[in-house]
Design a protein around this ligand. Structure first.
Ligand SMILES: [Zn+2]
Length: 233
């Protein structure tokens, strides 16, 4: 192994960076994103106290939709650290929180049928570019890693909307949601009889998931269910 004095400049630079990063981590260990102050246990994305406070919802529930059976949401949005974790995973560049929540949820909820495919609710290309990831896709990847079912992010597309759905009244929101989602190019040729699990971050009125389910009915699925990180009724 070369000594520091004979190493090429880029190697030297990366070793110095690693050295300072190690010192920084030792002096200032990462704190929990949910409570903001307790240290993170090894390999964990939130502290044990926040983990104990996660408000898992024991029963399948949510706003009714005849097309989504069942419609499940793992956590109560308004209790415990859920809201803060969701804020970080959506707006603070923390996709690993969505993955970890997916894994934690998958260990607590029964898996879908073995032949199911998970479909993350798509975000617009513009939002994907700005955020760098789709949080629903990361959540689905976490679920899939425990349930051992595939994630299929290429079946639905979302068109650009000029107004956030949350800013609209209920009937306008339903109309907007229906026109926002459609099958991706070529997806109409998918074989019928597939079982789909739509995956999203926060369930509010259910309009988004319902609109996605309507789009999926065009390829004649054997079943469609919904699974969200949190429910905010
Ligand atoms: Zn915490």
């Amino acid at each position: 192994m070369k000594s520091l004095s004979t190493a090429p400049l880029p190697v030297l630079r990366s070793r110095v960076h690693a050295l300072f990063h190690g010192v920084e981590t030792a002096l200032f260990p990462a704190s929990c994103p949910a409570c903001g102050f307790l240290p993170l246990p090894p390999e964990s994305q939130w502290c044990t106290q926040c983990d104990d406070a996660l408000p898992w919802r024991p029963l399948a529930a949510g706003p009714p939709s005849a097309l989504l059976t069942p419609l499940r949401a793992a956590l109560d949005f308004r209790a415990g650290p859920t809201r803060t974790l969701l804020h970080h995973l959506k707006y603070r560049n923390r996709p690993e929180l969505a993955f970890a929540l997916g894994q934690a949820a998958a260990r607590r909820f029964a898996p879908p049928p073995a032949h199911a495919r998970l479909v993350p609710v798509p975000i617009t290309p513009d939002k994907l570019k700005r955020r760098g990831y789709n949080q629903a896709e990361r959540f689905a990847a976490g679920l899939a890693s425990v349930w051992h079912v595939p994630v299929d992010p290429s079946v639905l597309v979302r068109r650009v909307q000029h107004q956030s759905l949350t800013e609209l009244d209920r009937s306008t929101r339903l109309q907007e949601a229906h026109s926002a989602f459609s099958l991706a190019d070529g997806a109409q040729n998918r074989a019928p009889g597939q079982y789909w699990v739509l995956v999203d971050d926060t369930l509010t009125t259910g309009a988004t998931l319902h609109a996605c389910a309507v789009a999926l009915t065009r390829i004649r699925p054997s079943g469609v269910e919904g699974f969200c990180v949190a429910w905010a009724p």
